[in-house]
Write a protein that binds this ligand. Sequence first.
Ligand code: GLN
Ligand code: ZN
Length: 761
Amino acid sequence: MANKITTSSLGYPRIGRNREWKKLLEAFWGGKINEAVFRTEMAGLQLQHLKTQQEAGITLIPVNDFTFYDHVLDTAAMFGIIPPRYGYDGGEVSLDLYFAMARGNTEATACEMTKWFNTNYHYIVPEIGEQNPSLTANKPLAAYRFAKEQAGIEGKPVIIGLYTFLKLSKGFPAADIQSVAERFMPVYVQLLQELQQEGVSWVQIDEPAVVTGLTTEDTTLLESIYSRIAVEVPGLKLLLQTYFEAAEPLEALLKLPVQGIGLDFVHDGGANLESVRQLGWPEEKWLFAGIIDGRNIWRSDADAKLELVSDLSTHVPASRLVLQPSCSLLHVPVSVQSEDRLKSSVKNALAFADEKLAELSLIAAAAGDEQGSYAAALAESREALARFRALPERGRRDVAEQVRALEQLPDSRSLPYAERLKVQREKWQLPLLPTTTIGSFPQTAEVRQARLKWRKGVWNQERYDGFVREQIEGAIAFQEELGLDVLVHGEFERTDMVEFFGEKLAGYLFTKGGWVQSYGSRCVKPPVIYADVAFIEPMTVKESVYAQSLTKLPVKGMLTGPVTILNWSFVRDDLSREEVAKQIALALRQEVQALEQAGIEMIQVDEPAIREGLPLKAEDHEHYLNWAVRSFRIATNPVKATTQIHTHMCYSDFNDMIGSISAMDADVISIETSRSHGELIASFEAQEYDKGIGLGVYDIHSPRVPEVKEMAVSIERALRVLDAEQFWINPDCGLKTRGWEETEAALRNMVQAAEIIRKEA
Ligand code: GLN
Ligand code: ZN
């Protein structure tokens, strides 16, 4: 008799096969459905997700992973952690209040949103002030009852551990974390006691924050939290769940009084397995082993997974081993089923959430199978993978050769910055504090419709190109009239800064339904790098050259950088990210050369996502930054010394990476300066950054038109420390989400602010 190993899942995508979740939210926000309908429909979706997992044969099905917006926000709301500006005075948190925290309302601004570890999911940052936490509702309990009543499922409630919750929150000094934890302990205990009373068996307590590294204080805090819970709630089985990286030191976690530990065996660089081998596994504990990649979209190599399971089985008895995805499936799309446009060799190599659950079930069954009953299913999986791996576009000899040659390529420009600066000043003859923009101009309904008509074949290429040219003409005239010094073509031909390049490079594919939640109802459909990335033909030259032909002022060429293209795509997993970045860098290098040859000698290569790829563990930062910087340099360095390379990064915390930014060796970098009230520029000052800096003097994320004075203050602040000659003046990001009217007003004020400061300087 086959002995299937227990399976578990950490969380299921919320958005639904056809993004029903998003549509419901937006219908509710838009007043198109009332709260009762909204709740009923959401419950239906939730039930469907439970049943899907049940049918996939998953033993431990998560409950409370479903949410109306974000699971961190749920946790804050559940504990009554509502910032005072919302005027909350106790009791259950209404839907209006819940969504006000997520999105703001007329009286109060929204809570801050930030990235969930190294993923593209964004959570709402809890603001813990003086409030005394209380249990406003027991959401996990309600979810547990729902699954039981509606589907007969004995669910496994998922909650965010107190440690991680506090690490992700703001509003208190980090040094006070222990005393803040004390304040929360009673409500956490109450929540768990209610689950215990209900007869819940396992509770999954997510503690991903432990993988970022543990100090002695951290370990003490974890011990105090979990020993208290163990004493107060002895009847629950606690699973302390980690993911996204190795849990180090594992000894510290193994000492905690919990029944199960969840480890990621996919994104741990092999360290978790190594720790298990070295330390052995304590007899009384369960190991929840994350063996299927929950972050990527590829079919698993079943043989390799079975080998891993067999290795783990030598340390943990099968009765205490649970197999699961490496993390919540929140980070992958729902189902491959609708991908009917892909060739079968590619489609069969994909695995989204539903396919991953099927893989998990198969591996769990096959691992305990002595009769070989699963041989056929395994062979099929092996076959699909083999066909995919053998695709010629995945093993291009020309690309491999170019990448090898890359190792010999000089990694610097023909002249060092100080000397380039001289020849560039001579060539460009720009005024002090040159004004420019970041690239895109408003993508109006007209622009989007034109693109749609062209995609649907209603407009032919010629008609569409003509339309784009008209838009460029308008944009050039607009910028000249405003008095900007360096112009852009406006990016009207692009929907998205990564997708646009993906469509023109070899090695990319586009799914029909590969959506994942980014934040709230916003979903993204990352393009997929499935094969070798390579240059096919010039991608941006036509538009840039046309724009330049219309004006005597310089027009910047506009590209997305290699690291951003990589970080905003789903990437093949048979090559390292570093290798793939090299391929992209080489392709972009050819585009840069093509632009230069066509007379475009100021080229901006955007890298807003460079920070996003930063590994979770500090000790891995240097390696990442080294190859990320090198990719950028390879993409941009074949140009003449007089050619000016710009880069742009949106708001992020750069303090710890100014050295790397400088090493990218761009002649000019544009950054945000208004939203951080000069903090960002202060770090450039502190580290004596010597290259050009474009001051992002106003926030394009808001429709508000900034005053001249406001921007002048922001410029003056920067000029106090660094040399005025170093600066450019620009908005803090592209203007594609803005309307023309506000864009014009804001840029007019910006140009005026620059003029005022020039006179003073
Ligand atoms: N050049 C791009 C634009 O202007 C940059 C976008 C970004 O930084 N996210 O839209
Ligand atoms: Zn930006």
